[in-house]
Design a binder for this molecule. Sequence first.
Ligand SMILES: [Mn+2]
Length: 398
Amino acid sequence: MWTNRRTEHGPFDIIGDVHGCFDELGELMTTLGYSIEGNGGGHRVVTPEGRKAIFLGDLVDRGPKIPEVLKLVMGMVEAGTALCVPGNHDMKLLQKLRGKDVKIAHGLADSIAQLEVEPPEFKSKVADFLDGLISHYVLDEGKLVVAHAGMKEEMQGRGSGAIRSFALFGETTGETDEFGLPVRYNWAADYRGKASVVYGHTPVGEPQWLNRTVNIDTGCVFGGKLTALRYPEKEFVSVSAHKTYYEPAKPLVSAQPTTSLSQQHEQDDVLDIDDVIGKRIIETRLHGNLTVREENAIAALEVMSRFATNPKWLIYLPPTMSPSETTKAETHGFEGGSDRLPRPRCSIAAIRGRAGRDWRLLYEDGQEILQRACVRARIPRSHSGSRNQVRFVGRACD
Ligand SMILES: [Mn+2]
């Protein structure tokens, strides 16, 4: 398959939607250690030792220096120092360059106007370049996937019209939001794949990992930032936009109430039933694959839902530990109806130890009780000043 670049291990500098922001791109690449010489006719880019750039598409439209960006990226791809996947804007421009009748909207007019003054040979070179772009790449032994709008696990490394369409546009739910924009299906929330998927397409205020996926389009052309992800370092490097080149249809940072929790933490607070029911095969480091039969999973879930934390955070449950008796209380909330909950209630206090993974269960009066389970937990940033005091009040003991 054309998408297969498993033998390329990087290191990579993966760059989000550029949209003609050449000056910011130059700045970002300089920060990343690239040096760019010359302009106009061509750029000579010297890459830092062994590294390779990956462009996530949407090089064109809306921004001020679209031909410059194309020249730089095309030159690097030709020289073998960069890979590039196509974005929906690039494909729309390609259709236009091929003489198709396309609607001139969403900044395409900027690309047309700026390419107008370029020689015809350049325009046909651009068209050939865009035509040759592969929907997505699977890199580093399958550990890294890059695509403009993302890539579901079952589509990775394969090719079809549907896969190409997902790579360019993602999926929409068929609804539109209050800004008249299509509501996008949040594939990343359902992603359970092993490969890290790095993508762009929908501008976000800050890049955030969610289930091994990350959107690094931080809306430079809309006055945000141009962001790169260094891989395998998984380090974000951004430069601010010099100005707002194009007014966004909706504000960059969503108007939803902001919490101190990361996207991942927020999602992890809710258990997805599909992750725990049915026959499960769990890969373990020490015991190979373990199969959990469906009936056992149901029984375990029943117990866990009453007495434990999200199973996702349980890394070890001692086999001799029997669950405490089921409460007769009709309400299962922590507070309401608590008279009939098993007592005394306790909290789990975090004791920092080996790799932060030592946990002990403490009664609220501080008395230590049997260690019942090891849990792995993320400490919310807001608590970082008092890590040892973070407590998860539960009713796991009696
Ligand atoms: Mn896009």
